[in-house]
Design a protein around this ligand. Structure first.
Ligand SMILES: Cc1ncc(COP(=O)(O)O)c(C=O)c1O
Length: 429
């Protein structure tokens, strides 16, 4: 056995990750340096990353936290008595504590780690829906949901002979609240609505929506996948019963996410997945379930990813969410004005209140062709139905091109986008 050079071993104190400095004035060039991926060339041009609604980029601080875990702390959680297992458990549960403060939950028991918004919605459909929705009941969603907030409820309705009802929207992509009122009745047993449309950027008046549902005693799930990367969340203030979000859309690795649920509802729900770590005791005759939140976290979770989500929350707290939001608002207005001024471009989704997303079409040019030509200029946008086919159908477009921004994007990038779009039009006309 070779001798260990103790001088070369590191101590836990040496594992403190580099932290960016708090931001006084929004200095986007400084912020961009936090994101290594942004400094590369794509197809010979500086990368212009405008696909943030699909997945945001990861800052160095989060990458380092993940590396630190993988290099020096990796172990399985909860069941170990040894040093590394306790270290990993502390980091994982520490991330949950950060989540609790980030969303202002009453207790960590209300914060369930999930792989993303999709898994969170499916958990509620299985755990709550399968237990409490019955034949003849009605579930309300909206016309602008991501497929993740349509398909699970559709499956449930088919299974239970319940009815799925949809709050319609106008041509601008705004929900019609009078029609919503007409849908609510004593048969309504659940409501699931997105805070922000991923296809259009519309911000929905969720406080109003939640309050009206609660008047009928209807539990509400709010999908904050597109809200969380931009704005603060206070689950107690809005008072919805469930919230879901995806970590990879808010500067954390894929495989991370949160389902928030009010404790009294989570307590009476059935487990989602079953197996190790979600039990109190198992015999061949009967299994009793672990207390919250473990009851909903069967098997080995995405430990590194959820620790990364904790680090992403630290990052957002350091840079300051309010300043980021102000900057993003100005940037979206600027980009909207630039694109609207190009002849032949039509913005899809013109709601009065929008966040982060700029969907558009160009007459006679398929969005996939737009996306491909923009990529040749190093510009990443998304083209297609954005997992929101009913939105496309309602607004009478087969697909859109979608630019979605974050606080690290710049006005120069919006200029580059609009110049590249002008080139697309030149190529096709
Ligand atoms: C509004 C909304 N809800 C749900 C999802 C699904 O998120 P995930 O794929 O991370 O589970 C998305 C993803 O784009 C989304 O935009």
């Amino acid at each position: 056995m070779s001798a260990v050079d103790h001088k070369k071993l590191i101590t836990p104190e040496q594992l403190v990750p580099i932290r960016p400095k708090p931001v006084e004035v929004w200095d986007v060039e400084r912020i961009r340096k936090h994101f290594p991926v942004l400094s590369q060339m794509v197809n010979g041009k500086p990368l212009v990353y405008l696909d943030n609604a699909a997945s945001s980029q990861v800052p160095q601080m989060v990458i380092e936290r993940g590396m630190q875990y993988l290099k020096y702390e990796h172990s399985n959680i909860h069941r170990g008595v040894h040093y590394l297992s306790m270290k990993a458990t502390n980091a994982y549960e520490g991330a949950r504590e950060k989540v609790k403060r980030f969303i202002n939950a009453r207790d960590v028991k209300e914060c369930i780690f999930v792989r993303g918004a999709t898994e969170g919605i499916n958990l509620v459909m299985h755990g709550y829906g399968r237990k409490f929705i019955n034949a003849g009941d009605e579930i309300i969603i909206s016309a602008m949901e991501h497929h993740a907030n349509i398909v699970p409820w559709q499956i449930l309705c088919e299974e239970k002979q319940a009815r799925l009802r949809v709050i319609p929207m106008n041509d601008a992509g705004e929900l019609l609240l009078d029609e919503y009122d007409a849908l609510l009745n004593e048969k309504t047993k659940f409501l699931a609505v997105t805070h922000v449309s991923n296809a259009l950027g519309t911000v929905n008046p969720v406080r109003e929506i939640i309050d009206r549902a609660h008047k009928y005693g209807v539990p509400v799930l709010i999908d904050v996948a597109q809200w969380a990367p931009h704005m603060a969340i206070d689950v107690q203030d809005l008072d919805a019963d469930f919230y879901v979000l995806s970590g990879h859309k808010m500067f954390a690795p894929t495989g991370s996410g949160i389902l928030y649920g009010k404790q009294h509802l989570l307590e009476k729900m059935n487990p989602f997945q079953s197996g190790g770590d979600m039990i109190k005791s198992v015999t061949f005759e009967k299994t009793t379930y672990a207390d919250l939140p473990n009851k909903f976290e069967a098997g080995t979770p995405a430990i590194a990813s959820q620790i990364g989500l904790g680090a992403a929350i630290d990052y957002l707290n350091i840079i300051g969410r309010e300043k980021a939001a102000e900057y993003e608002h100005e940037l979206l207005e600027y980009a909207t004005a630039r694109l609207s001024a190009i002849e032949g471009v039509r913005i899809v989704g013109t709601a009065r209140e929008k966040l982060g997303v700029l969907s558009f079409v160009i007459e006679d040019i398929h969005p996939h062709d737009i996306g491909t030509i923009l990529d040749q200029q190093g510009i990443a946008v998304r083209a297609g139905h954005h997992c929101a086919q009913p939105v496309m159908k309602r607004l009478n477009v087969p697909a859109t091109a979608r630019a979605s921004c974050s606080f690290y994007n710049t006005k120069q990038e919006a200029d580059a986008l609009s110049e590249a779009i002008e080139k697309v039009i030149e190529v096709f006309v």
